[in-house]
Design a protein around this ligand. Structure first.
Ligand code: NAD
Ligand code: UDP
Length: 318
């Protein structure tokens, strides 16, 4: 890939920053664009002196052009329920306007465009596990709709640029991913539980804790992205870990890994919180030869040092 230039929107975020590392590791030059709405410069701090890497602070809801690029990876968007509900309008704008601007740029430079979509496109699913062919069960006017519908629209625009403008596109449907560089306070269940356990506070279990999720460790997820980027598949592909856990099981695992004596505290279930979520990854297995290798307890152990440091840094600030 030497001499090839990639642009990563949302490059200062959790997944975007790991993707920048992977692309640089394969010899790409990389430009990360980010308005730092939910991302942080520190996620890219280790790349400060890296030849072939550039960071540009920019809101992609305004038209942009960073010169010739060969591949665009469109990851800009708040991603945690706490973030996208706080920044609802910005989330709708980046999924719509931001996606238009990104695809226009791909069209202009003849670049490929890889778009980050989400399992939220399936909503609170009536089909389980979720295959890519399932159209979903989404409340278009509920509190999560700012994200779910923005991402469904993102997929629609991406397919339209392919059909009408022949842009070479990829769509990944990402399922819950975790690991180092997640924001400590983005409200997602793993950072919340890790932070609470490390501080000896109660773990906040929403509802009865019997709702399920399947959690993918970040290195597996990025490996899936790289394989999909190199493939010819333009229809959506699920990338996630199919091992399903209840939120209660997840809480117990966090307590074990952190060796914490924290208790559980039950709180109301947020509106439209999906009851079950698990990817069917048959397509990724067959097409990309991909499957996750790091299971939840191992991934939590690999993330422990990051969360310990993040909790210590926050405590020192207070
Ligand atoms: P994140 O919040 O850490 O990263 C998103 C990045 O986008 C942030 O750095 C933010 O500042 C940037 N951004 C937001 N609006 C922008 C704008 N208008 N212009 C420029 N930059 C902007 O979240 P993440 O977990 O890294 O998610 C990255 C992508 O993956 C998102 O598109 C998200 O929808 C998708 N995704 C993530 C998960 C997950 O489990 N982490 C699951 C499904 C989908
Ligand atoms: N959750 C919880 N306690 C928390 C945070 C989240 O019980 O402190 C639950 C949440 O209600 C959901 C699941 O954990 O059922 C995953 O939530 P998250 O916000 O991580 O992501 P989602 O999959 O809902 O987008």
């Amino acid at each position: 890939m030497s001499g090839q230039r990639a642009l990563v929107t949302g490059g200062a975020g959790f997944l975007g920053s790991h993707l920048c590392d992977a692309l640089l590791g394969e010899g790409w030059s990389v430009i990360a664009l980010d308005n730092l709405l939910t991302g942080r410069r520190s996620n890219l701090g280790h790349l400060r002196n890296e030849a072939g890497f550039e960071f540009i602070e920019k809101d992609i809801c305004e038209p942009f052009d960073a010169g010739r690029v060969d591949y665009i990876f469109h990851f800009a968007s708040p991603a945690s329920p706490v973030d996208y509900m706080e920044h609802g309008i910005a989330t709708l704008k980046v999924g719509s306007l931001g996606t238009f601007h990104t695809l226009e740029l791909a069209k202009k430079h003849g670049a490929k465009c890889f778009v980050a979509s989400t399992s939220e496109c399936y909503g609170d699913p009536r089909e389980h596990p979720q295959k890519e062919t399932y159209w979903g069960h989404v409340n278009p006017i509920g509190p999560r709709s700012v994200y779910d519908e923005a991402k469904r629209f993102t997929e629609a625009v991406t397919m339209a640029y392919r059909r009408y403008h022949h842009v070479d596109t990829r769509i990944v449907r990402i399922f819950n991913t975790y690991g180092p560089r997640m924001q400590l306070n983005d409200g997602r269940v793993i950072p919340n539980f890790m932070k609470q356990a490390l501080r000896g506070q109660d773990l906040t279990v929403f509802g009865d804790g019997r709702q399920t999720r399947s959690f993918c460790y970040v290195s597996d997820e990025i490996d899936g992205f790289m394989r999909l980027a190199k493939s010819d598949e333009h229809l959506p592909v699920n990338i996630g870990n199919p091992n399903e856990f209840t939120i209660l099981e997840c809480a117990q695992m966090v307590l074990r890994v952190t060796e914490s004596n924290s208790k559980l505290r039950y709180e109301p279930l947020p509106q439209d919180d999906p009851k079950q979520r698990r990817p069917d990854i048959a397509k990724a297995r067959q097409l990309l030869g991909w499957e996750p290798k790091v299971q939840l307890e191992e991934g939590l152990r690999r993330s422990l040092e990051y969360f310990q440091k993040a909790v210590a840094a926050e405590t020192a600030k207070k």
